[in-house]
Design a protein around this ligand. Structure first.
Ligand code: AHM
Ligand code: MG
Length: 338
């Protein structure tokens, strides 16, 4: 319970302060940066909660750099993050799913400059029908020796300083890691604060649930088809399936109850749909810190992939350690296995 019987509670800000001693690569200004993310996500949560009452449903009438329809709330969420982070002097560069290019906010100061990347409103096609959506974020150091925002952001996920997400679900939860476990906070609407509700989360090692858009089955490479056939077969895994279509919601269920999520390559999108930098890397960091695994194409660990562009896509297989190992035995083996 967030608030104990004797009235004690831990806010997100307090937790960051307490944990800062363990952050191997974070400076004293780190909590100031993180407070920008909490403020923006509280603003986004308030818009999401009032969707329908205020004019935020529907399309903006434009497409983003990925060629996807932009929703009004995508823009509101993007602006909220950019504005709040813009006032944090230690944020040197920001990059967003909704913006074509990363932007320099402040010139890098040798010790105390960060890059923040985010998907402001993931799963936004679900907004108009009251299904959960989320914000995903990741933070890297801003290397002063690298010139230009476009190059500075191209770091593998293994270099993330912190990452996490906010899920606007039946309650609003914030999950983050800074390399010292995974912690969850729930937004108390009366206090207006994120309070600690789960500390040092460990993902169950295995669970009989898979999460994938199975309508695309015949567009997936053959090993994925074989794995899914095995998963559901009563003489194979005998698993059940759950798919929300909002990555944050699908991932959060797996973080808490276990299982596996995959977005494989398809014939139309050979690199999959999900974006490496601000969708897959942050969730991979959270998954690994909770004892899970995350892989991309050809059995490569997500966090070891060297990005070539801020909007790179990658196939994703993520979740409980044993589920992912089981799936990778199929995916890495193009020949039928027993
Ligand atoms: P978005 O960032 O444009 O919202 O797209 C990402 C979303 C994920 O939340 C979700 O996992 C996936 O797209 C669903 O895709 P599909 O409809 O192809 O199953
Ligand atoms: Mg997204």
């Amino acid at each position: 319970m967030a608030i104990t019987e004797d009235g004690q509670y831990i806010t997100f800000g307090q937790h960051i302060q307490q944990q800062q001693q363990y952050f191997p690569s974070a400076s004293g200004q780190f909590s100031w940066l993180m407070s920008g993310i909490t403020l923006a996500t509280k603003m986004i949560a308030s818009y999401v909660r009032r969707a329908g009452l205020i004019d935020v449903w529907g399309d903006q009438g434009s497409t983003n750099v990925q060629g996807e329809e932009v929703k009004k709330l995508d823009i509101i969420a993007n602006d909220a993050l950019k504005k709040t982070l813009g006032y944090r002097g230690n944020v040197g560069i920001i990059a967003s799913e909704e913006d074509d290019e990363p932007r320099v906010l402040q010139e890098a100061d040798a010790d105390d400059s960060y890059i923040v990347m985010f998907d402001p409103l993931d799963g936004s096609s679900n907004i108009d029908v009251n299904v959960s959506v989320g914000t995903i974020f990741t933070i890297f150091r801003n290397p002063p020796e690298v010139e230009g925002a476009a190059k500075s952001v191209l770091q593998p996920g293994a270099k993330q300083v912190a990452a996490g997400y906010v899920l606007y679900g039946s309650s609003t939860v914030l999950v983050y890691t800074a390399g010292n476990g995974v912690h969850q906070f729930t937004l108390d609407p009366q206090f207006g604060a994120y309070l600690l509700t789960r500390e040092d989360i460990k993902m169950p090692e295995h669970h009989g649930t898979y999460s994938v858009n199975e309508a695309y089955l015949h567009r997936f490479p053959e090993p994925y088809q074989r794995y899914l056939h095995w998963s559901k077969h009563p003489e194979g895994g005998g698993y059940k399936s759950r798919y929300v279509g909002s990555l944050v919601a699908d991932f959060h269920r797996i973080l808490i109850t276990g299982g596996i999520f995959m977005y494989p390559p398809t014939t139309e999108q050979p690199n999959g749909k999900l974006r490496l930098m601000y969708e897959c890397n942050p969730l991979a960091f959270v998954a690994e810190q909770a004892g899970g695994l995350a892989f991309g194409a050809e059995g490569k660990r997500i966090m070891d992939i060297e990005p070539k562009d801020v909007h790179d896509r990658t196939p994703l297989t993520i979740g409980s350690k044993k589920n992912v190992e089981e799936a990778m035995r199929f995916i890495n083996d193009p020949v039928k296995i027993g």
